[in-house]
Design a protein around this ligand. Structure first.
Ligand SMILES: Cc1ncc(COP(=O)(O)O)c(C=O)c1O
Length: 349
């Protein structure tokens, strides 16, 4: 996989994560909800992981609810709020460049009678907070805007969205799948009420993520999965100890060094004609590049036969330009010459 430069789509599990997870796969496989010692040990290990994740974002361990990943966390945050307003419905503010799991959750809610405003970005991919403020209505029940765009790497001014939401007493949710561990997050300073994160973007396992929920024990979220009361009753299902321990280990061992391949790329790319999309406040490891011509793109990939993404991995199967690229004003021709090259994640703080 030394040609793999699609780390924004997924990362491998690191050695540290694998070592941390292994004992919980076989030696102690107890259901953490049981009452014997093996279950207590598993619960302790889960609690330790919860503390590491909470610490990373300035939250309390009791405010972390484990899910299967950011898609589920986003669905729980958005539908969980909406299902609490099924009688009168209500209005939700999001953007046109969210991940498809947010956009599809919102369009599902539209079929139930909820109203959604999709704020468009400027040509740099930045969501302007003045537009978010302008979109607020009497019946707005939620603002949900991602932190870092998965296709562009653009860092959104979420502290401004948080402040606006706080001022209007509207819950603010952010999809931090691309930012968690990579940029500084403090849920109090940024007025974040809910935050989605995912394990497989940070060298953790696939199939695990979490939703931070402010004061989760008193949350008014309606669960999507009813079960045996796990996760304060907000997400039923036997807690997957190995995956949760793996997520905790991923947070603890998150790397800080830029890869040598990225350092070389940053020099080599200057020999090509291209535009880097996404404005000036960018995650260093995500490069969204429009080459000046098909020929220029071919020249780059003839030398660098890399596995990269056109649009996002989720769009790769449809042959249409991604909704993010069209939202920032690229035409079909430009989108065809546009690639997301994403390097191994490292701490960008
Ligand atoms: C911004 C964003 N949100 C949500 C997701 C979905 O995350 P998961 O694969 O953990 O469900 C991704 C990953 O593709 C993402 O980049």
């Amino acid at each position: 996989m030394n040609k793999y430069f699609d780390f924004a789509a997924s990362t491998p599990v690191s050695d540290e994560v694998l070592v941390a997870m292994t004992p919980w796969e076989k030696q102690n496989f107890a259901n953490p909800s049981a009452s014997h010692q093996a279950a207590v040990d598993a619960t302790d290990a889960i609690q330790l992981a919860r503390e590491k994740i909470a610490d990373e974002i300035g939250a309390m361990p009791s405010e972390i609810v484990f899910t299967s990943g950011a898609s589920e966390s986003n669905n729980l945050a958005i539908k969980g709020i909406a299902f609490n307003h099924l009688d009168k419905k209500g209005h939700i503010i999001t953007t046109s460049i969210e991940h498809k799991c947010v956009l599809n959750a919102c369009s599902f809610l539209e079929t139930l009678g909820f109203e959604i405003t999709y704020v468009s970005p400027n040509s740099d991919g930045v969501i302007e907070s003045s537009l978010v403020k302008k979109a607020i209505r009497e019946n707005t029940i939620l603002i949900s805007i991602h932190h870092i765009n998965n296709e562009l790497g653009t860092i959104q001014p979420i502290e401004e969205f948080g402040a606006i939401a706080f001022e209007h007493d509207i819950p603010f949710h952010t999809d931090a799948a691309q930012s968690f561990c990579k940029v500084e997050i403090d849920v109090d300073d940024m007025d974040i009420d809910m935050l989605s994160l995912s394990g497989h973007k940070i060298y953790g396992p696939k199939g695990i993520g979490a939703l931070y929920i402010r004061d989760a024990r008193d949350s008014e979220l309606v669960p999507l999965i009813h079960g045996g009361g796990q996760e304060h009753g907000l997400r039923g299902g036997t807690s997957p100890t190995p995956l949760i321990v793996g997520l905790g280990a991923a947070v603890e061992n998150f790397p800080t060094e830029k890869s040598l391949k990225q350092q070389k790329f940053e020099i080599d790319i200057l020999d090509y004609e291209f535009t880097r999309n996404g404005g000036s406040d960018l995650l260093e490891t995500t490069w969204n590049i429009t080459f000046s011509s098909d020929k220029e793109a071919k020249r780059f990939f003839a030398i660098n036969q890399w596995l990269v993404s056109q649009g996002s991995a989720c769009n790769a199967m449809s042959n249409t330009p991604s909704h993010v690229l069209t939202s920032i004003g690229l035409d079909e021709n430009e989108a065809r010459r546009t690639y997301r090259i994403s390097f191994p994640p490292y701490e960008n703080k």
